[in-house]
Design a protein around this ligand. Structure first.
Ligand SMILES: Cc1cc2nc3c(=O)[nH]c(=O)nc-3n(C[C@H](O)[C@H](O)[C@H](O)COP(=O)(O)OP(=O)(O)OC[C@H]3O[C@@H](n4cnc5c(N)ncnc54)[C@H](O)[C@@H]3O)c2cc1C
Length: 364
């Protein structure tokens, strides 16, 4: 029987354990999996906290249903019927700039009507059509790419907020090709982003006509999906589906190579022998564990930076919050001197997130 140790009991570790158990069973191969989680609680960043009628997500508030693997996992572990799709108006996304909220334009007409970008900024954006695509294959930072193709204002008001929304990261230091390979590919395939936008919009219209669910260009494709009791619902469901063992409350402190596999040493003194080890813990933790095995790999892992982030949930009576809150929430433009990246209007995105007559806002 083969054996695999998986380090990390977040959604990645549990999902990979389920995936290899399913594949092994289909191939008729005997497999023993052990998931090792340092905390007493499984789930890692997925943590849904129910308090005083509110449902606060400590990490992600959902996943996109355009990625078939997550839905497939939900089906496999028997929670498909509990899936909860986000409300339709959650497609509307906003940017906080110049002291007001601007809805992110979804098409060319609404873009020219929007006051988010000034007229000189819009003209600079239009020049993008004339800028040749980069052909030297060299990587660049996302900020350099945005300045080269779209101009400084678009970097501050469109690209900067998008980066903080996805990675909470700094576009001045993030690699375009590693962080946003799709944007790099659009430039390569279509010669520019505006050209790509027009052609893809045409395609989207055709898909909508064919009854497929696609988001507007301001949001990612697919629909944000969760569960009535929060995204953490997946964790106990996947954990109880697994046939293998789960060890919680003790971290892996070392991984040593032996002739026919690995020895995994745990903080509590336990030792696990496995033919293969899968790392599903953060890169900095994997860097420490791989240092004695492969110094180059360990160094590369140590170079992956993580942004510290606080998540704060605010519950209010509905009447005390101005505006219609019809949308996903807002991200702050760069240079707005705000101490938050943005605020998600969680009770507008999903039902069951706040008591009747109240709203739940989540700032990061
Ligand atoms: C505020 C916030 C919002 C987000 N929003 C979204 C979103 O809307 N959509 C989306 O798709 N993603 C979102 N993400 C990202 C998403 O949460 C993560 O990509 C995902 O949860 C990572 O899962 P993981 O299992 O890889 O890592 P983690 O959840 O970090 O799990 C890793 C686990 O490894 C354990 N571990 C670490 N070291 C050791 C060790 N030595 N031994 C044993 N165990 C160890 C940790 O305790 C942890 O439980 C968001 C993240 C945050 C923080």
């Amino acid at each position: 029987m083969s054996s695999v140790a998986i380090i990390g009991g977040g959604v990645s570790g549990l999902a990979v354990a389920a995936a290899i158990e399913i594949d092994a069973a289909a191939a008729g191969v005997g497999l023993r999996t052990v998931v090792i989680e340092k905390d007493k609680r499984l789930g890692g960043k997925l943590h849904s906290i129910a308090e005083e009628g509110y449902l606060c997500e400590w990490g992600p508030n959902g996943f996109l249903d355009s990625k078939p693997w997550t839905l497939e996992l939900c089906r496999q572990v028997g929670i498909e019927a509990c899936l909860l799709r986000s409300n339709d108006h959650a497609r509307r996304r906003f940017i906080w700039s110049g002291g007001e909220l601007h809805q992110l334009p979804e098409g060319a007409l609404s873009f020219f009507g929007s006051r988010l970008i000034s007229w000189p900024g819009k003209l600079r954006l239009a020049v993008e059509l004339l800028i040749p695509s980069r052909k030297d294959g060299q990587d660049e930072t996302l900020a350099d790419f945005a300045r080269r193709r779209l101009g400084k204002e678009a970097l501050a008001k469109l690209i900067g907020p998008m980066v903080s929304g996805v990675f909470a990261g700094d576009p001045e230091t993030m690699s375009l090709q590693s962080s946003f390979p799709r944007i790099h590919q659009l430039e390569q395939d279509y010669g520019g982003l505006i050209r790509a936008l027009f052609l893809l919009q045409k395609k989207r219209r055709a898909e909508r006509k064919a009854g497929q669910d696609v988001a507007g260009p301001s949001g990612p494709g697919g629909k944000l999906t969760s569960f009535a009791e929060g995204v953490e619902t997946m964790i106990p469901a996947v954990a109880s589906y697994l046939k293998g063992e789960i060890r919680q409350g003790s971290s892996v402190v070392a991984v040593r190579k032996q002739s026919d596999g690995f020895i995994v040493e745990m903080e509590d003194g336990a030792v696990i022998e496995a033919e293969a080890v899968i790392s599903a813990c953060p890169a900095y933790a994997a860097s420490a564990l791989t240092a004695p095995l492969d110094r180059d790999l360990s160094r590369l892992l140590s170079e992956i930076s993580y942004s510290p982030l606080w998540v704060i949930c605010f519950g209010y009576e509905r009447g005390k919050v101005p505006g219609d809150l019809n949308g996903f929430g807002f991200l702050a433009a760069r240079g707005e001197r705000r101490s938050i990246l943005g605020t998600l209007w969680d009770s507008s995105i999903f039902p069951h997130r706040a008591p009747e007559g109240h709203v739940l806002l989540r700032s990061m």
